[in-house]
Design a protein around this ligand. Structure first.
Ligand code: HMG
Ligand code: MG
Length: 285
């Protein structure tokens, strides 16, 4: 039996946040329930952010309240600050995620503050999460490229990743937000980050604009990472990263991993049903 690779399913959150037409709450709940049937260990359901910044996810609390929770699946939510954390806790998120960036300009455009200010905002979130016994995941966006600044230095990524871990995040997900990274650049970035953060505390979050996400996953696997983010149907994008395509599609990731001898525990038949639902959502959106 090969190593287990954990897939953190993104489609309800990172996937839907960029869809322009508002998707009915009931459809979001249906999507999460279809994903639960696939056996994902984690599903990122929504974000507790400003509704005027991400209107698509304004129904975060309703979605969380409406889903059927499958034992064995953790339902996670994004929380940029204490207010978001409190809302996520009240909605019974099993895990929350804070999100920082390796580029100053992206940090300002995405969360309206500098990298340093974002870290200060995260401190009370970490304290409240510790008190509530809720694990916190950290994201670093723009690990190779920033839509506003161009190339990002690996050392900047390593610095932010180490800081998030130092704050108490159990895991840091490294985001190729623009989806333009190539395997050599992902490899160089990881070599630098791995000097400060061990592989078993890192996840790969690759968007697939340039079509290299599976190759980037292969490089990250070679360096010891065993957690990857993906979205059913390749849904996704970030409203503050113009031109970025969706997350790497979950089906191809699962097939790629299983052909390479890894285990994921994902039911591909159930996943095909979820993917068909995603296609229908897109047709009507
Ligand atoms: P801000 O305006 O700087 O916040 O926004 P503030 O603290 O100054 O508060 C201003 C007002 O916002 C106040 O309202 C707050 O209550 C309200 P008022 O008192 O004036 O009526 N407010 C909130 N409302 C709802 N929920 C909250 C919240 N916080 C404050 N949590 C903030 C800062 C971070 C909130 C804003 O910039 C924001 O919502 N940004 C969200 C951006 C976002 O969701 N981006 C997409 C997700 S990140 C991503 O996709 C990348 C990732 O996938 C990895 C990758 O691919 O790289 C993770
Ligand atoms: Mg993303």
């Amino acid at each position: 039996m090969g190593d287990f690779v954990l897939i953190h399913e993104m489609s309800p959150r990172d996937g839907l946040q960029n869809e322009k037409a508002l998707i009915p709450t009931a459809d979001k709940i249906r999507l999460v329930d279809l994903l639960s049937a696939c056996g994902f260990p984690r599903i990122e359901v929504t974000s507790f952010v400003r509704a005027d910044w991400v209107p698509q996810l304004a129904d975060a609390a309703e979605v969380m309240a409406g889903i059927s929770r499958r034992p064995g699946t953790e339902y996670t939510a994004l929380a940029p600050n204490l207010r978001g954390f409190e809302a996520a806790r009240q909605a019974r998120a099993d895990r929350v995620a804070i999100f920082a960036a390796a580029s100053e300009s992206f940090s300002r455009k995405n969360i309206n503050c500098s990298i340093e200010e974002s870290i200060e905002r995260f401190r009370p979130v970490m304290e409240a999460a510790r008190a509530a016994g809720i694990p916190v995941r950290g994201y670093v966006s723009c690990v190779t490229d920033c839509p506003y600044e161009g190339r990002v230095e690996p050392a900047a990524v390593a610095r932010v990743a180490e800081t998030l871990l130092g704050l108490g995040c159990h895991e840091v997900s490294l985001g190729d937000t623009l989806g333009r990274a190539t395997p050599d650049r992902i490899g160089a970035m990881l070599d630098c980050v791995l000097e400060r953060v061990p592989a078993d505390r890192l996840a790969g979050h690759f968007h697939d604009t340039g079509g290299r996400a599976l190759d980037n996953i292969a490089v990250a696997l070679g360096k010891g990472l065993r957690v990857f983010d993906a979205a059913a149907g390749g849904l996704g994008g970030c409203p503050y990263a113009p031109g970025a395509a969706g997350n790497v599609a979950t089906g191809p990731v699962v097939r790629f991993l299983e052909e390479a001898g890894y285990r994921t525990g994902i039911d591909l038949v159930a996943l095909a049903e979820a993917e068909a639902f995603v296609r229908r959502l897109r047709e009507v959106a």
